[in-house]
Design a protein. Structure first.
Length: 198
């Protein structure tokens, strides 16, 4: 059960608030929008939240570089248990299990709120096939509600096919940020219906 102080949280560099348990698609097109998304973790680190970075190695390294440029000692944050960096696995359920393990460890360690910034490795060697990733994204919506957490998935609009944009971004996330505007996603499909469909 979430404490009243954490019913809503500030997203980051912008003023928007979201509910604890939310799963957000953040679709970026420019480097400055990428940095704005990293502001989600910046705010969490400053607020004392546990932050998790999840994605392919290049994206994880870029998020760490941005945090370092913002003045954070990411090595110290990892050693002190305030920051976790996870790489992708061979299938969506294994990825979800790894994220769940990181969330459980953080809550067992006293974290009041967990922020996960995900960089999904579409079309990268060793990453799951599209349907597996799409199922993973739908399941993340349910899993985020099991912990005091907020999950924000970053998508590079220029590198995504129309199919991934439609099914991965617009159907699996209850909230979406495009052009730096946060809104409820009118195309969101409930988890059970979505999984049955794919």
């Amino acid at each position: 059960m979430t404490s009243p102080a954490y019913d809503k949280i500030q997203l980051g560099t912008k003023d928007e608030s979201v509910d604890v348990g939310d799963h957000i698609a953040y679709i970026w097109e420019t480097p400055s929008e990428f940095v704005d998304a990293v502001g989600f973790l910046q705010r969490g680190i400053r607020d004392g939240d546990h932050c998790v970075i999840f994605g392919h190695d290049e994206a994880n390294a870029e998020v760490v570089r941005v945090l370092t440029r913002m003045g954070f000692d990411t090595g110290h944050l990892e050693q002190s248990g305030r920051l976790t960096v996870l790489g992708g696995r061979a299938d969506g359920d294994m990825m979800l299990e790894e994220i769940g393990g990181a969330f459980q460890k953080a809550t067992d360690g006293g974290a009041r709120l967990i922020r996960l910034l995900g960089n999904i490795g579409w079309s990268r060697p060793g990453w799951p096939e599209d349907n597996d990733i799409l199922a993973f994204e739908a399941k993340v919506t349910g899993a985020a509600r099991l912990f005091p957490s907020v999950v924000m998935c970053m998508y590079d609009a220029k590198s995504l096919s129309g199919n991934v944009m439609l099914h991965g971004c617009f159907e699996t996330h209850p909230l979406i940020i495009t052009g730096n505007v946060l809104r409820k996603n009118p195309y969101y499909v409930a988890i059970e219906e979505y999984l049955e469909r794919i």
